[in-house]
Ligand binder design. Structure first.
Ligand SMILES: *Cc1c(COP(=O)(O)O)cnc(C)c1O
Length: 219
């Protein structure tokens, strides 16, 4: 199958409200351009340095998302252009995003990364840390950090029921946070979940953004 055929088949499996983010990490510029030629405009990288490099060598109308862990000292490299940060997981990081957003006169959409999976290695906030995180009084001064929803990754497993339960949990947390903290906030609406191996389950469980790499590029 060509890249175009793979993209078409993924799109056919996605409900209309669910956006495809193509994860371009580890791919060559030519491969990314091939995807771009099909009309795809949203791409993601998991490392700051790669995000900056890619952005420099590819067309300007691409919307670049950051999906990997972000160190505070690296926010400055992406603040001028990043379309969304999927990995907000600390107040310290939010404060730095605020600071850099002011410098570039921007508002930066961010997703709260949730730690739902069973693997200890996966980053993100545990559900029981969310109240402390969101009740921090600092938020009233972080007007450049636009919390736009949540992001999660499911456990890497063949157990479809476990994957589904983790996506369902993510959706439930999203709904709870919406009710408790973002009731009148129209920006809080994204649920970023689903990758190559589990995006159809994620879409069924209410994902609004799937992040897909290997299934698009092959291998
Ligand atoms: C690499 C990556 C993806 C895409 O993974 P594939 O299995 O290649 O689709 C999605 N989300 C995150 C956070 C990633 O690091």
């Amino acid at each position: 199958m060509t890249i175009k055929e793979r993209l078409d088949s993924i799109q056919q499996n996605l409900p209309a409200h669910c956006k495809l983010i193509v994860v371009s990490k580890y791919r060559t510029r030519a491969e990314i351009e091939e995807v771009y030629q099909t009309g795809q405009r949203i791409f993601a990288e998991n490392r700051v340095q790669n995000l900056v490099e890619r952005r420099g060598e590819l067309p300007e109308d691409i919307e670049w998302h950051l999906i990997g862990q972000l160190q505070t000292n690296k926010v400055k490299y992406i603040a001028s252009f990043v379309a969304m940060i999927h990995s907000l997981d600390s107040i310290k990081l939010a404060e730095e995003i605020q600071k850099q957003a002011i410098k570039h006169n921007r508002i930066i959409p961010c997703l709260i990364q949730l730690h739902i999976a069973q693997e200890e290695s996966k980053s993100g906030l545990h559900p029981d840390e969310l109240d402390t995180f969101l009740k921090d009084p600092i938020w009233s001064s972080l007007d450049r950090v636009q919390i736009s929803g949540v992001m999660s990754m499911a456990t890497l497993t063949d157990d479809q029921d476990l994957i589904r339960s983790e996506f369902r949990k993510t959706r439930e947390i999203f709904e709870t946070l919406k009710k408790l903290y973002f009731k009148d906030n129209p920006h809080f609406k994204q649920i970023s979940m689903g990758m190559s191996s589990d995006y159809q389950i994620a879409a069924e469980e209410g994902s609004s953004m799937v992040r897909i790499g290997s299934l698009v590029f092959g291998g």
